[in-house]
Design a protein around this ligand. Structure first.
Ligand SMILES: *Cc1c(COP(=O)(O)O)cnc(C)c1O
Ligand SMILES: [Zn+2]
Length: 421
């Protein structure tokens, strides 16, 4: 633990002490946690990690928490990496894996950055935590704040899924619905972060917060026997998770846990809010913000993404691509993953599945390329956007005859009635 040397500007490389600062005072660039990788490579090993807990804290040497006692642990991470042979066959691919992060404690990958953010807020002595959220960060922050006994202020745009709000309120957080988009809620939260001592996960704690997201990349490598995958597809909102995947792979090589890597990192966004993918498709460096997102994929609906530029850089540097399926294709992706692999994801996960399908059809992913899908959220949190596209349940009388008539109508293969019944 405690291999952090300070913070460093991602742009001009200026160094800063370990404080609650998030932007470079020289160039306004974002700050990243800087580590002493030499010291880490002397202590970390595949064996030491294997002996760690079955949570993201098994990688604590590569995380920015200084004191064991500040860790808020609700059992986040080390989620299953499932080989998805049915889906692979359906899409004409050889080897596909599903990294099922929808089974985290609050049912999304946002538990990873939140566990770091709240632990870090404790280290800084913050009296309260907060976040601006597209839906999943709210529950993740609220749960960790509850465990840490800290007040939690969550700013959300209008129109989020009701189960995400109910979940967040159940953990005891103050939920503040801002009339407007996520960007407007986030702008308000940013002003509050700059004028109060509340630790906002995605704002003033951001340099630390994003460190949690790289553990997703660590786990995939460990679960593949310390091999980096050939291709990962990441659902993208602010771009932080995608950028963290790139950083995570570079760090594993740096400390000697993997021998080189050539992973392509690709971005998936919903067509109705795809500023990062549109810039990738146009070959542009500038991101044109989306004023009013229009998609059922609410958890990815950030029109003006904070790490957008860096996500683009990571995709280009790794020869990845972008794909922006529409809502219909996204819902088809949700159903395809559920039917083929028994994994029920929210539209964000459906976006990754739909992107994979599209990219294979367009010849941008080779059929023998090994692909890992980041499935980042759970379908149970977004029933209202998924249910309208599903068939209705059958309604029958409470008699065997009623059921027989139904089975006859359905012509289910190999189901038949036993003699004498
Ligand atoms: C937030 C979120 C993402 C993407 O997160 P960023 O780091 O902001 O790009 C992906 N999937 C789900 C389900 C999310 O909630
Ligand atoms: Zn700078």
């Amino acid at each position: 633990m405690a291999h952090v040397t300070g913070l460093r500007c991602r742009e001009c490389r200026e160094s800063y002490p370990k404080r609650l600062v998030h932007a470079c005072s020289l160039c306004f660039g974002p700050l990243d946690v800087a580590y002493d990788y030499e010291a880490i490579s002397r202590t970390i090993s595949k064996e030491s990690i294997a002996k760690g807990p079955p949570t993201l804290w098994r990688y604590k040497d590569l995380l920015p928490i200084e004191q064991e006692s500040s860790i808020v642990d609700i059992g986040v991470g080390f989620t299953p990496l499932l080989r998805a042979d049915n889906l692979a066959r359906e899409l004409g691919l050889k080897e596909v894996y599903v990294k099922n992060d929808s089974v985290n404690p609050t049912f999304s990958f946002k538990d990873r950055p939140s566990s770091i953010a709240v632990s870090k807020a404790i280290e800084f002595g913050s009296p309260a935590v907060g976040a601006a959220s597209t839906g999943n960060l709210s529950g993740a922050m609220a749960a960790h704040a509850a465990k840490a006994r800290l007040p939690c202020f969550i700013f959300v745009p209008e129109g989020l899924e009701s189960s995400k709000i109910a979940q967040t309120l159940s953990y005891g957080a103050h939920v503040i619905e801002v009339s407007g988009t996520y960007d407007q809620a986030n702008r308000l939260a940013t002003e509050i972060a700059l004028t109060s001592n509340i630790a906002f996960a995605n704002i003033n704690v951001r340099p630390y917060y994003v460190e949690g997201s790289k553990t997703l990349a660590f786990e995939v490598c460990e679960q593949l026997g310390w091999q980096a995958p050939q291709h990962i597809i990441v659902p993208v909102a602010s771009g932080a998770l995608l950028h963290a995947a790139w950083r995570g792979l570079k760090e594993l090589e740096e400390v000697g846990l993997i021998d080189g890597w050539s992973t392509r990192i690709s971005a998936a966004q919903a067509e109705g809010c795809s500023p990062i993918v549109q810039a990738l498709l146009k070959g542009a460096n500038e991101i044109t913000p989306v004023e009013t997102p229009d998609t059922i994929c609410k958890s990815l609906a950030i029109g003006d993404p904070a790490d957008g530029y860096y996500a683009i850089r990571a995709v280009r540097a790794t020869k990845g691509v972008g794909s922006a399926p529409n809502d219909e294709q996204i819902l088809e992706g949700v159903r395809l993953l559920a039917k083929m692999e028994g994994v029920f994801t929210e539209p964000a996960g459906g976006t990754a599945v739909a992107a994979l399908k599209q990219l294979v059809e367009d010849g941008k992913i080779e059929r023998d390329e090994q692909v890992v899908l980041y499935i980042t959220g759970n379908g149970l949190k977004t029933q209202e956007s998924i249910a309208p596209a599903l068939p209705k349940p059958y309604q029958i009388e409470p008699t065997i005859e009623s059921f027989r008539q139904l089975v006859d109508k359905l012509q289910t293969p190999r189901v038949k009635w036993l003699e004498g019944m």
